[in-house]
Design a protein around this ligand. Sequence first.
Ligand SMILES: Nc1ncnc2c1ncn2[C@@H]1O[C@H](COP(=O)(O)OP(=O)(O)OP(=O)(O)O)[C@@H](O)[C@H]1O
Ligand SMILES: [Mg+2]
Length: 234
Amino acid sequence: MLEVNNITKLYGQQKALDSVSFSVKPGEIVGLLGPNGAGKSTLMKIITCFIPPSEGEVKVCGHSIFDEPQQVCSCIGYLPEHNPLYTEMYIPEFLRFVADIHKVKNSNQRVDEMIELTGLTPELGKKIGALSKGYRQRVGLAQALIHDPQVLILDEPTTGLDPNQLEEIRKVIRNAGKSKIVLLSTHIMQEVEAMCSRAVIINHGHIVADNSVEQLKAQGHDSLEQIFHKLTKD
Ligand SMILES: Nc1ncnc2c1ncn2[C@@H]1O[C@H](COP(=O)(O)OP(=O)(O)OP(=O)(O)O)[C@@H](O)[C@H]1O
Ligand SMILES: [Mg+2]
């Protein structure tokens, strides 16, 4: 279970998140939607223990971000916004490094599986710094999945992928979502329809909708885009 309870985040005078609460069960893929600056990445950084909230609490698989941050980190796979990577490393070297941090057993085999799963095989001869944007994104996804975490937090996971790879990666995420908790942010509404069972929409740090994708679309027979516009216009 991922439990977000009354999270508020202040950056100086600015309230980036204001009493945000929701929870996600295993088997749910939740799309976190909202305009630029709504607070999506901020919330993900709080859930993954990168920054503390100003108020509130998050529990990941029963572990508190305050009391047990190491346990929280070990059950989360996180693809951060801007996907920071070690550019001087080769792909297998980097993935082995991440696997070792997570103390993954049979790490060589797991690295090979991730390379296969995310379609990295053609680029194995290159350093990460020499990869195109889409291939870097695949490395980011591979590192998030390598320790088979119970929870996946993916900040705009399909940014920069070509249409062929997009379908492959969506399949990977959908499969992961059968048993895991997945929270992903995106600006692409087709992506929400293709992958998510539920959408949480935030605007100016407030939740303005939290519903199944089907129920959202049933409201007035609008498209998801129209619903998004209605809920997030100022
Ligand atoms: N380190 C920081 N210091 C000050 N303000 C910040 C900081 N990080 C984020 N903010 C502000 O908090 C607000 C929420 O930012 P956040 O990155 O969470 O938005 P987002 O929903 O992820 O947007 P996008 O869709 O553009 O990625 C923005 O107004 C942003 O400028
Ligand atoms: Mg963001």
